[in-house]
Design a protein around this ligand. Sequence first.
Ligand SMILES: Cc1ncc(COP(=O)(O)O)c(C=O)c1O
Length: 373
Amino acid sequence: MKDINTFISESLQQRIKNHSLRTLKPENSLVDFCSNDYLGFSRSKELKALFENELKNYPDYRLGSGGSRLLAGNHSFTESLENKIAIFHDAESAMIYNSGFDANVGLFSSLPQRGDTIISDEYIHASIIDGIRLSHASRFVFRHNNLTSLEHKLKLAKGKIFIVVESVYSMDGDEAPLKEMVKLAKQYNAALIVDEAHAVGIFGDSGRGVVHELGLCNDVFARIITFGKALGTHGAAILGSSQLRSYLINFSRAFIYTTAAPFLNHLAIQCAYVYLKSRDHQSDIHQRIKLFRQSIKAGPKLLDSRSAIQIIVIPGNNKAREAARLIQQEGFDVRAILSPSVAAGSERLRICLHNHNLTTEIKNLCELLNRIL
Ligand SMILES: Cc1ncc(COP(=O)(O)O)c(C=O)c1O
């Protein structure tokens, strides 16, 4: 016990020494430029009214699902929701997971086998890395969005080959060159898997995602979509073939050995999709993105991004943290992303734009940023 407690204490001390200790903070009253609630769905009065009205049709609903999907936790409502999601995203099937983290761990830990190769972008999300770690496949990493580096790894790959990328990168806001990646995947007989966590709701017809926008639904082996970001609710789904769905039901431990999410969660997801289709939320968010990019004068420090995630690089943990503190002091919730979450020297402010951000708030934030930078 003494050894364990010493280890814990020393690890935390190290974080304090490096100025990288993570702590939880309560909610605040600052203007939101930090959440992933890009379309404002989680707080939308209209969506909440839709949900509350719909709920009246299910007076006997249960608070908990009752078990895992393979035991008592499967309900026809969930399967019908999965069908609707699959149709919307132009996929053969959809398999709901309790979170995006679970979906990635559940997919990558179960599908690639010993002797196979998973090739991932160096900036890929932690949930994918953890899924890969749980598989027995080899992992190659290619330089961010670099097709030459990807092809180099493809040449070295053995067994069944999986390429995994994000359509929109969560800490950079930029996009994978999916069309070119599809070509390479075909050339090397690899399966391309795309995490669309930050693309759904923002890109493509009614927010169907970048894969749909580019007409690549039939060229991508699987897509991971999440509901906790632009859709304002919670959970995720893996889109792919019906056979893939059956495979996951049989082999994906993150799906098999967990209690299914409750009905209320699935009803909220269904209502979020109804609301998503009800009007053009995309032009609202893209107007705000355009306004932000036009108003900010940060030169090359502002990374290229047409997504709701806008990045200003401020190298150094202390400098980035100080910039965030000054901005928060003026009433805007902007967070610094520090190393080791990003590479040392590329510390940054991650500014998320939302449909609940007023034009004046965006302009005022940009004025402040222009002064600080
Ligand atoms: C690219 C990406 N994939 C997956 C996830 C995990 O999704 P969830 O928050 O639903 O667990 C995230 C969340 O930050 C993400 O950014």
